[in-house]
Design a protein around this ligand. Structure first.
Ligand SMILES: [Zn+2]
Length: 415
């Protein structure tokens, strides 16, 4: 999946990876894959020695005719030099050596293949006017999802004696006109979400526990084991296995949680027809002192994963997702903008206007305000959200149905 690119209409992109069987011999296909790989390598070698940034136009001038002379089609040639440029770019970007290609794989533009989802047949146009027909080996159900999507590119791979095809599908997203705004605050212990109407009335609050403590425990185990065998852990099989096991637990706990939460949040957002406001985590990376709500040891990857799933599920439902700068959202008063002070366990208080509230709820209100202040179509900037009332300490969440937030049926992290 991917996010909308600036200037393009918002779209969801997804790849379908399936095994493919050639009808008849696949000699020509293998010949093509070798030719393609060698062509990419040739362009990589030449770009590498040039050591300048090349525009698409320049690439075309330098390599197009040579590639076509090899027997490649026009769009093959384009894919080859673009791919070569991206390989060189990323190798240089992380200070690596010149890329050397070994695997047999080719990127094929939609002009060079024909895909028939009804008969699960794929025809590829190869070099020198050759063609090959492949049958896709997968269930109907997996393919059915992509009916009505467009596809624009695919990658063919030959790996371990098998052919694999990844087809890239795209679906334009026309976001629903939002009736409410849902802002989501992520922090170490909780995920808190608030649904507010466009004029600032709070209609729903929920809080979900995170499995962060459990993840952290596994991480601490890993660090301890590595600390005990500082130089040698990689070479001792049992130690390596123990580390891998903890790593697997971390991965499965976090993905499992992120998927469930993404689904739950998006369902709720659909019910309220919400635009979803998330924290822009990149902004936190930029700021030198990282927000203390985020645990340094966990890093930002966990929060990113949760956001990824929320975004994915939301876009699947045609809901709009925006990100706002989260810096300061848990230290400023959502009513008057004054500085907040600790007022007890998880409670913050504004000395200027007397506003008191739960730390996480305050963060969601501030995220809401930040979004609304930039998009005046909703709400009146400067008017505070109505909840929680200052005397309603510590938060507006008590006694409501949302108390379930912390309890049984929202027990997202399994034991
Ligand atoms: Zn205040």
């Amino acid at each position: 999946m991917s996010y909308p690119v600036r200037g393009e209409e918002p779209a969801v992109v997804e790849a379908l990876k399936v095994r493919a069987l050639p009808e008849g011999s696949c000699d020509k296909l293998l010949e093509f894959l070798r030719l393609y790989r060698d062509a990419v390598q040739m362009v990589v070698d030449r770009i590498w020695s040039l050591d300048v940034k090349l525009s698409k136009k320049k690439l075309h001038r330098l390599f197009y005719s040579d590639l076509v002379k090899l027997g490649l089609r026009a769009h093959h040639a384009k894919e080859v030099y673009m791919y070569a440029r991206s390989l060189v770019g990323s190798a240089r970007g992380n200070g690596g050596r010149k890329p050397v290609l070994r695997k047999l794989s080719a990127r094929v533009d939609r002009y060079d293949y024909k895909l028939d989802l009804d008969s699960m047949a794929l025809t590829l146009k190869l070099h020198d006017g050759h063609e090959v027909r492949l049958r896709l080996v997968t269930s109907r159900g997996r393919v059915e999802k992509f009916r009505g999507w467009s596809n624009y590119e695919l990658v063919v791979k030959y790996d371990g004696g098998e052919l694999w095809v990844s087809i890239y599908f795209r679906r334009a997203v026309r976001p629903l006109e939002p009736r409410t705004v849902m802002s989501i605050d992520l922090n170490f212990d909780n995920v808190t979400l608030a649904v507010l109407t466009l004029d600032g009335r709070l209609v729903r609050l929920r809080r979900f526990k995170t499995p962060h403590r459990k993840v952290l425990t596994h991480r601490i185990w890993i660090e301890r084991i590595q600390g005990r065998y500082p130089r040698s852990w990689r070479f001792i099989r049992s130690v390596r296995r123990a580390i891998e096991r903890h790593g697997e637990r971390v991965r499965s706990i976090s993905w499992d949680y992120a998927h469930k939460l993404g689904d739950l949040v998006a369902k709720l957002a659909l019910k309220y027809c919400s635009l979803i406001v998330l924290e822009d985590l990149e902004k936190l990376k930029e700021s030198s002192k990282r927000d203390r709500r985020f645990n340094k040891r966990l890093g930002l990857w966990f929060y990113r994963r949760v956001q990824f799933c929320v975004e994915y599920e939301a876009r699947e439902r045609n809901l709009e997702v925006v990100k706002v700068d989260p810096r300061g959202t848990s230290s400023r008063c959502p009513r008057c903008g004054g500085k907040l002070f600790e007022g007890g366990y998880r409670v913050l208080r504004c000395r200027r206007c007397g506003f008191t509230g739960d730390r996480d709820v305050i963060a969601t209100l501030n995220l809401y305000r930040r979004y609304v202040s930039k998009h005046p179509r909703c709400g009146v900037p400067g008017v505070a959200p109505n909840a929680p009332k200052p005397d309603e300490a510590p938060s507006g969440m008590q006694g409501s149905e949302d108390e379930a937030m912390t309890s049984n049926h929202m027990n997202l992290h399994e034991s």
